[in-house]
Design a protein around this ligand. Structure first.
Ligand SMILES: Cc1cc2nc3c(=O)[nH]c(=O)nc-3n(C[C@H](O)[C@H](O)[C@H](O)COP(=O)(O)O)c2cc1C
Length: 172
């Protein structure tokens, strides 16, 4: 179920002490959300549980960022990312997310956790600009080549700076 409500300019700003936590199964279906997740997303717990995590996907987010996220976590590694999310009422909120795999006693991935903190404002401004460029590149390339095109853009930026994706994100 994707949110069809038109996005608005209403921003919800995370407080310093907030943690937005959710848990998914291996396919990204929400199995847990804390009270702060419920508050910021604008959905009730019943509306969130059992839904794909893209229920809060904001159209300003480039697809390449989620490809990077999934490509990283399926290999068992954690990933950090700045994400703009869509609330039920069309408003938005920025988060600094750390997504980690959840293992069973045999070492198999049984799901994922995301813990999000209040992002620093300069980091949000930098990411908003970067994501707008990546999105424009995706729209230019068309759906089939979208991710490859925006990731190439991101990679050229990283090469210019001589840093990895994680180094860049953690330095903001
Ligand atoms: C633990 C976990 C947390 C996630 N959190 C978010 C999130 O906060 N916002 C979001 O848009 N996607 C999140 N995703 C990624 C979504 O599963 C999905 O890839 C993304 O929304 C893009 O959806 P789409 O490919 O259907 O456009 C999360 C995935 C996992 C595994």
């Amino acid at each position: 179920m994707k949110n069809k409500t038109p996005p608005t300019l209403r921003e919800r700003v995370m407080r310093e002490e907030d943690f937005i936590v959710s848990k998914t199964d291996p396919r990204g279906i929400i199995t847990y959300g804390n009270q702060t997740f419920i508050e910021f997303s604008g959905y009730s717990e019943q509306e969130l549980l059992g839904q794909q995590h893209n229920i809060i996907r904001h159209p300003d987010m480039p697809r390449g960022v989620f490809k990077l996220l999934w490509d990283t976590i399926v290999t068992g590694q954690e990933v950090f990312a700045y994400v703009k999310n869509l609330s039920k009422d069309g408003g938005f909120y920025w988060v600094f997310a750390n997504v980690t795999p959840d293992y069973d006693e045999h070492g198999r991935i049984v799901g994922y956790y995301s813990v999000r903190r209040c992002p620093r404002r300069p980091a949000v401004d930098i990411c908003a600009g970067l994501y707008a460029q990546m999105l424009a590149e995706e729209q230019r390339a068309g759906p089939r080549d979208a991710c490859a095109a925006s990731m190439a853009l991101l990679q050229s930026l990283l090469d210019q700076k001589g840093v990895s994706y994680e180094q860049l994100v953690l330095s903001l």
